[in-house]
Design a protein around this ligand. Structure first.
Ligand code: S3P
Length: 172
């Protein structure tokens, strides 16, 4: 697999709650590549949590930082990179990813996403009166763009390792 990848990274894209970080970490182990998580790197670079960045500086500031962090993470050797759910919406970021990596959209339906994001309160975009409606709106806006990824894998309610296997097989 590694030879087929050449020096390319693997970048996981898709909505909040689809399992990008968990699946990415396990793929990295399997592929013997370092795993990096864009959200974690942004928090480290800012010295703040993502909700704090949104609250103090706003979403636009977060998005600019996110684009810079992803560009930096793709500069070095190949990695498996989990991106935040909005990162792939920026054309410049998509172009960088296309130049350096194979992108995989982890696609999940509305119900699976809702079930998973309900467990955590760390997504500022969902701190609204109507998180369900927000997820519906974001899916409508974003799915056509996630669909530009090189590969699409359905993330559903099966053990994560099964999804990891499917991702790795699809890379062959
Ligand atoms: C966001 C997703 C989050 C995080 C931020 C914004 C989004 O990442 O980057 O809260 O716009 O979908 P996850 O997809 O890892 O939850």
């Amino acid at each position: 697999i590694l030879s087929a990848l050449g020096a390319r990274s693997i970048v996981l894209v898709g909505m909040m709650g689809v399992g990008k970080s968990t699946i990415g970490r396990r793929m990295a182990v399997r592929l013997k590549l370092p795993f990096v998580d864009a959200d974690t790197e942004i928090e480290a670079a800012a010295g703040m949590t993502i909700p704090e960045i949104f609250e103090r500086h706003g979403e636009q500031h977060f998005r600019d930082g996110e684009a810079r962090v992803i560009a930096r993470l793709l500069e070095g050797g190949p990695v498996v990179l989990a991106t935040g759910g909005g990162a792939f919406m920026r054309e410049e970021t998509r172009m960088r990813i296309a130049a350096k990596a194979i992108s995989i959209w982890l696609r999940a339906d509305h119900d699976v996403i809702m079930r998973r994001v309900r467990r955590r309160a760390d997504r500022p975009l969902l701190q609204t009166a109507d998180p369900e409606g927000t997820v519906t709106r974001l899916l409508t806006e974003r799915e056509p763009i996630y669909g530009k990824a090189d590969l699409t894998i359905a993330s559903r309610d099966v053990p994560h390792d099964k999804i990891v296997e499917e991702c790795i097989e699809t890379l062959h």
